[in-house]
Design a protein around this ligand. Structure first.
Ligand code: KIV
Length: 267
């Protein structure tokens, strides 16, 4: 079956059909999310935190992103896959951005790429789009700039910063971005931006006025009890599930209950 194209994603927005996006980093979850009819899988550089255990996304490399994108591409067949360009792969120059974006598409097997920022990435967004690499923008809280922003704080609270964000959103659209992530911005601002744009917005911590929503998969599954930002809804408590399953297994191994007769290959 064919994957969802950017045209299909944009048509959903025009029909007023909410777009469902989740992060995904491996083939097993890619298969499960695909079977659950998730529209878009974002191989986010959030993998630096949830997979690699870093404090932020900055150490993630382009080679690592390609590795995870390939796994997600192998595991899924229908969802549109977006690969995140990691910190350092596109900020230094236009040429870097072109090479990194093309590599992620060519070697990662994704259908589009995402990069963070407004004015400073416009030329790269235009160049990549012209080269056949669909680009998703990312405004608001841009985690790759965490040190510049002074932490993981909501953005666009003042009238001036809200106006600037809207201006940058329009500029990204004009440069060719096919959609836009809005992260941690006040809900009224996200609604205003979504209404001003023709391309779909995908929100995280940005309220209900966006055209779609994205969450980090591990957060939705409740895999980290230490993380509970106000915008997050945990749909399951899988930390408990995992610990429960592993304790049962450990106990049964220690009690010599597992493997029992029915699990033995010797008959
Ligand atoms: O890296 C990521 O997972 C992201 C989403 C949170 C939007 O950029």
């Amino acid at each position: 079956m064919k994957r969802k194209s950017i045209t299909k994603i944009q048509a959903m927005r025009h029909r007023g059909e909410p777009i469902v996006m989740l992060t995904c980093y491996d083939a097993t979850f890619a298969r499960l999310l695909d079977e659950s009819d998730v529209d878009m899988l974002l191989v986010g550089d959030s993998l630096g935190m949830v997979i690699q255990g870093h404090e932020h996304t900055l150490p993630v490399t382009l080679d690592e992103m390609i590795y995870h994108c390939r796994a997600v591409a192998r595991g899924s067949r229908r969802a549109h896959i977006v690969g995140d360009l990691p910190f350092g792969s596109y900020q230094a120059s236009y040429d870097d951005a072109m090479r990194a974006g093309i590599r992620l598409m060519k070697e990662g097997g994704v259908q589009s790429i995402k990069l963070e920022g407004g004015r400073r990435v416009l030329k790269s967004v235009r160049g990549l789009t012209e080269a056949g690499v669909p680009v998703m923008g990312h405004l608001g809280l841009t985690p790759q700039s965490v040190h510049q922003l002074g932490g993981y704080k909501m953005q666009g609270r003042s009238a001036d910063s809200a106006d600037l964000l809207l201006e940058e959103a329009l500029a990204l659209q004009e440069a060719g971005a096919y959609s836009l992530v809005l992260e941690s911005v006040p809900a009224p601002l996200a609604t205003r931006v979504s209404q001003a744009l023709d391309i779909p917005t995908i929100g995280i911590g940005a309220g209900a006025g966006c055209d779609g929503q994205v969450l980090v998969l591990y957060d939705l599954l409740g895999l980290d009890e230490r993380f509970h930002p106000s915008f997050l809804k945990k749909y399951r408590n899988f930390s408990e599930e995992v610990r429960g399953a592993v304790s049962s297994y450990s106990e049964e191994v220690r009690q010599r209950v597992f493997p029992g007769r029915s699990h033995s290959h010797q008959g």
